[in-house]
Design a protein around this ligand. Structure first.
Ligand code: NDP
Length: 386
């Protein structure tokens, strides 16, 4: 029987909800491109429930405990001697979400001799040291596509929010004011702007599709070029690298995984080569942007705005400079954890566990590391330090 250690974010400060704002979720038939939604044999929750916090337990408790497995759920993960650290010593499986990542460093993996499977309930497994997972034979899997559209919607929202100066204008209302000039002195239309994405994978491509009706000029860079018919349909301009692309763009959105190629990519040099007054949206991973370079660029006016929901570390400390820098639209890491997304990635997590316990293959598109090497989606989109 396995010990499953699940690290989830805290329940709402007002307690676990007893009712919700809406009664159901819309039906989504499948993902763009034909990938099917998760297909677990059972669910263990009602779609629309809060699953990503400790009491929600990703809807896994009855499923696991009825089979004799042990489920430990905690939010206590970072401090010295945390529950995560203590329970990890004899855990077989670790599950966490990128929003509240259980950082599986090489040291932690070395201290977890029984660990065989690390599941990301969501997308993005950079909180796991993939080199160490490869070395120790740990399989790493994530629920590919489960929240890609959720994030794409968030990116579009943040582009519009920054360019149109929505958040400061909303603040004027909250403060009881009505100075229209205060609101509009930094407000523009998106129409006609040049918008570029670093990576056109599931999220990046969905952002491009959603922006097309705004009559903007669309640019992208990626390690693999999109099919010619997609480039033509969306009117895309391809650039060989982020460095080639960003000087042309009024808005840049980052949608690449964090791995050795992308860590620190947006530093002083790359940001300095952007148009003065460009907007940068990063919902990919905090470490893709250099923390202090972003602050400097906002203070100098090189960037007109920065928004996103990804930080390092997470949770961000109270004195993280991105909380107080000018012209930002940051949120905690929420874009991929809507109740809609939670229903999908909780179901996908259960599907992965059902396969694992039955000794069946995990879907290739869910695999990041398997059999001592990058595998599946990981082999396509990630790199290692070795
Ligand atoms: P995909 O794997 O579909 O797409 C990632 C794309 O990035 C691929 O097309 C890949 O290229 C490309 N890429 C990798 N390295 C580079 C590089 N150096 N330069 C340019 N492109 C590169 O993933 P998703 O679109 O679903 O997700 C992307 C990332 O978004 C995740 O890895 C995660 O970090 C983040 N994310 C954030 C969430 C949030 O809540 N904020 C939720 C979900 C994801 P190719 O495969 O062609 O080699």
């Amino acid at each position: 029987m396995a010990k499953v250690l699940c690290v989830l974010y805290d329940d709402p400060t007002t307690g676990y909800p007893t009712s919700y704002a809406r009664d159901d979720l819309p039906t989504v038939p499948g993902y763009p491109g034909g990938q099917t939604l998760p297909t677990p044999k059972g669910l263990g929750f009602t779609p629309g429930q809060l699953l990503g916090s400790v009491s929600g337990a990703l809807g896994l408790r009855e499923f696991l405990e009825s089979q004799g497995h042990t489920l430990v759920v905690t939010s206590d993960k970072d401090r010295e001697g945390s529950e995560f650290d203590r329970e990890l010593a004899d855990a077989d499986i670790v599950i966490s979400q990128p929003f509240w990542p259980a950082y599986l460093t090489a040291e932690r993996i070395a201290r977890a001799p029984k660990l065989k499977l690390a599941v990301t309930a969501g997308i993005g497994s950079d909180h796991v040291d993939l080199d160490a997972a490869i070395e120790h034979g740990v399989t790493v899997a994530e629920v590919t596509y489960s929240n890609s559209i959720s994030v794409a919607e968030h990116v579009v929202m943040m582009i519009l929010s920054l360019v149109r100066n929505y958040l400061p204008s909303h603040q004027v209302v909250l403060d009881g004011g009505w100075n229209i000039a205060d609101c509009v002195a930094r407000a523009y239309d998106v129409e006609g702007m040049h918008v570029g994405t670093v990576a056109a994978g599931r999220i990046g491509a969905a952002v491009l599709r959603r922006l097309k009706p705004f009559d903007v000029h669309l640019h992208y860079t990626d390690r693999h070029r999109l099919p010619q018919e997609v480039e033509e349909e969306l009117g895309l301009t391809f650039h060989e690298s982020a460095a080639d692309m960003v000087p042309f763009c009024d808005v840049v959105t980052i949608n690449a995984p964090l791995h050795p190629e992308t860590e620190g990519l947006f530093g002083d040099k790359l940001i300095g080569s952007m148009k003065r007054g460009a907007y940068l949206i990063n919902t990919a991973r905090g470490k893709i942007a250099d923390r202090d370079a972003v602050v400097r660029a906002l203070e100098s006016g090189q960037l007109a705005g920065y928004a996103g929901d990804v930080w390092f570390p997470q949770p961000a400390p109270a004195d993280h400079p991105w909380r107080t820098m000018p012209h930002h639209g940051m949120t905690p890491h929420i874009s991929g954890s809507t109740l809609s997304a939670q229903a999908r990635y909780a179901a996908g997590t259960r599907e992965i566990l059902e396969n694992w316990f039955a000794g069946e293959a995990i879907r290739d598109e869910y695999l990041i590391v398997d059999g001592g090497k990058l595998a599946g989606a990981g082999a396509h989109s990630y790199s290692t330090n070795k």
